[in-house]
Design a protein around this ligand. Structure first.
Ligand code: R2B
Length: 318
């Protein structure tokens, strides 16, 4: 293989019984292994037993949002071992490192991933290793987050039905051994349908949900066609042309992690989805202009949708 070549691999692990089985032959030969960034003990039998029942991993940018989700799930679904609902932090397990924070409530593990694909890739490698070590099976991964809308107003929740990255290709571009590596990004249409059907599950809050393609960018500024970064190498006309091209390609939102999440989950055969709420209509402006209250209201929509989805699963006795 030449140093310049781009490799596309789709050699997934074959796991027919739903158990998490990672496609890395080296793992079983290591003298010592640890989860360097999340620091959940990989060899503690009590911890692994506790994690063995995980069925949902929810990830999102900030520790605060993931903590809120874990608190909401604990409150509304009675999922924790500790039945004291008056306790705000009703978690079975929680960790905070310099990099990431995680909160486990019953069969749901909520973890923050920071900004961008490198950050989400690091935490996902470690979460996947934890799931395998704990002997988990039939796990669903859901990213919840915020995004820019293409012709969509703030408050619309987008469920990703396909991802385009730079070059308008449906691949996650990373690297291995100094060579570019392209991994296919796969969406699970059944999961998208299941999640979107939860939009009207609760009469109190009718969520405005749109299913559509996502553009996954490497950066918040130039990669997303903004004019307000510290430098900008293109004109306003170029920006309009890019945003129009996104729209004509069927893209309805822009964020920064979907390609890595869906490609890495596919690589280890974990079903996954991405749910992001629009905080700015990029066809109108670059900068979100919501008040703090509007922002926290809007940020709660993906949390509400994922809670309804998980609630449905447990009410079906899954
Ligand atoms: C949405 O919001 C973050 C940038 O502000 C990033 O993580 C994303 O995808």
């Amino acid at each position: 293989m030449s140093e310049k070549s781009t490799v596309t691999t789709d050699n997934n692990s074959a796991c027919t019984d739903g158990c998490v089985k990672l496609p890395n032959p080296h793992l079983s030969t290591l003298d010592h292994d640890a989860l360097f960034h999340i620091q959940v003990p990989l060899h503690d039998t009590d911890t692994l037993k506790d994690f063995s029942k995980i069925k949902f991993v929810c990830i999102g940018g900030t520790p605060g949002r993931m903590k809120l989700l874990a608190q909401k799930l604990a409150r509304e679904l009675n999922l924790t071992k500790c039945q004291d609902n008056s306790k705000e932090d009703n978690f079975d397990y929680a960790f905070t490192t310099e990099r990431y924070s995680g909160f486990k409530v019953g069969p749901v593990f909520c973890v923050n991933h920071g900004i961008g694909q490198p950050s989400v890739a690091v935490v996902l490698h470690e979460v996947f290793k934890l799931l395998q070590a704990a002997g988990c099976s039939n796990v669903t991964l859901i990213r919840i987050g915020t995004c820019g809308g293409i012709g969509l107003e703030p408050g619309t929740t987008v469920i990703t039905s396909g991802v385009l990255t730079a070059g308008f290709k449906e691949v996650y571009v990373t690297s291995a051994l100094g060579r570019p590596l392209e991994l296919p990004v796969k969406v699970d249409p059944e999961l998208v349908r299941e999640i979107s059907s939860c939009a009207s599950d609760n009469g109190n809050l009718d969520l405005k949900v749109k299913v559509g393609k996502t553009f996954c960018a490497e950066d918040f500024y130039q990669s997303q066609g903004r004019l307000d970064g510290s430098f900008c190498d293109y004109s306003k006309e170029d920006q309009i042309c890019f945003l129009n091209k996104l729209q004509s390609s069927g893209v309805c939102n822009i964020e920064m992690e979907s390609a890595a999440v869906l490609a890495l989950a596919h690589k280890v055969q974990i079903r996954a989805a991405v749910i992001c709420v629009v905080i700015v209509n990029r066809l109108k402006c670059d900068l979100p202009s919501l008040t703090a209250e509007e922002m926290s209201q809007i940020e709660s929509y993906p949390l509400e949708l994922v809670t309804r989805y998980i609630k449905r699963h447990f009410s079906k006795g899954d």
